[in-house]
Design a protein around this ligand. Structure first.
Ligand code: SF4
Ligand code: FES
Length: 250
C-alpha cells in the first residue's frame, strides 16, 4: 500500500505547530498503525530528520497511551479499539491519512502527537481510591457479598483505560465519561461506600478546576470510547453528586 500521511508537527508547548506531508510506500496491510509510524520514523532518522513523537506503551489496548486523532476520529476508523489495535488493512491504497494529537485545553500538546494528560492523574488523586484497613484485622474482600449485577457494572466501569478519547471527541472537551467511570467503579461496591460522598465531590471539583467542559448529552464520548464505557455512568455520577451536595454541601 502507498499512503500520504499528513501529520501534526509541533516542536513544543509554545510552538504554533503545523501539518506536514509524508508519502509512505510499501506499507504492509497487516502492520499496526503504530508500526507504520515506527517505519516512517526509521526513515526520517536515516534521513537525519526529527522523528514524529507519539505516545505508546503496551500496544495491546490496555494502557491508554496511544492517543491520536486519525482522519477526524479518536483512535481512527475502527470501533472499540485503540490506535495500537488499528491495522493498516483498515485503509485503502492511495489514501491520505490525517494524524493529529488530542485537542483540548486541559490536554496541552507537549510535542507532535504527545499531549499532557496529567489532568486525569490529578482527578484520580483527588478521590479515585478506597482506604483499606491495614491494622491486621482486614476483612478479606471475598468475604463481602456483592450482588452479581453490581459487580459486573463496577467491573465494566473499571475497564476505562484513561485514554482521553472521550475528551477529544466531545465538542465541549468534557471529561464526564472518564470521571463517571472512575466514580462508578467504587460507587457500586460496598468497599467504595465509606468515602463515596467525599470522592464524588472532590473528583468533580478537580475536573472543573482542570478546565474540562460540561456534558450536553451528545454521546460522542460513548461512541468513540475504545472500551465502550456507557453514558449510564454519567447519570450515576450526577445522582451521586446531587446526593453528596445535598447531604454535605461544600
Ligand atoms: S471513558 Fe473511554 S474514552 Fe474516556 S478515558 Fe476511559 S476508556 Fe478512554
Ligand atoms: S499503546 Fe497501550 S493502549 Fe495503545
Amino acid at each position: 500500500m502507498n499512503l500520504t500521511l499528513k501529520i501534526w508537527r509541533q516542536n513544543g508547548p509554545d510552538d504554533k505547530g503545523h501539518m506536514e506531508t509524508y508519502p509512505v510506500s510499501d506499507v504492509n496491510p497487516e502492520m499496526s498503525f503504530l508500526e507504520m509510524i515506527d517505519v516512517l520514523n526509521e526513515k526520517l532518522i536515516a534521513e537525519g530528520k526529527e522523528p514524529v513523537a507519539f505516545d505508546h506503551d503496551c500496544r495491546e489496548g490496555i494502557c491508554g497511551m496511544c492517543s491520536m486523532f486519525i482522519n477526524g476520529e479518536a483512535h481512527g476508523p475502527g470501533k472499540r479499539i485503540t490506535t495500537c489495535q488499528l491495522h493498516m488493512r483498515s485503509f485503502n491504497d492511495g489514501e491520505t491519512v490525517i494524524i493529529e494529537p488530542w485537542r483540548a485545553a486541559a490536554f496541552p500538546v507537549i510535542k507532535d502527537l504527545v499531549v499532557d494528560r496529567g489532568a486525569f492523574d490529578r482527578i484520580q488523586q483527588a478521590g479515585g481510591y478506597v482506604s483499606v484497613n491495614t491494622s491486621g484485622n482486614t476483612i478479606d474482600a471475598n468475604a463481602i457479598p456483592v450482588p452479581k449485577r453490581d459487580a459486573d457494572r463496577a467491573f465494566d466501569a473499571a475497564t476505562c483505560i484513561g485514554c482521553g478519547a472521550c475528551v477529544a471527541s466531545c465538542k465541549n472537551s468534557s471529561a464526564m465519561l472518564f470521571v463517571s467511570a472512575k466514580v462508578s467503579q467504587f460507587a457500586l461496591l460496598p468497599q467504595g461506600k465509606v468515602e463515596a460522598k467525599d470522592r464524588v465531590r472532590k473528583m468533580v471539583k478537580q475536573m472543573d478546576l482542570e478546565g474540562f467542559g460540561n456534558c450536553t448529552n451528545t454521546g460522542a464520548c460513548e461512541a468513540e470510547c475504545p472500551v465502550g464505557i456507557s453514558l449510564e455512568n454519567i447519570a450515576r455520577m450526577n445522582r451521586e453528586y446531587m446526593g453528596a451536595s445535598l447531604s454535605s454541601p461544600d
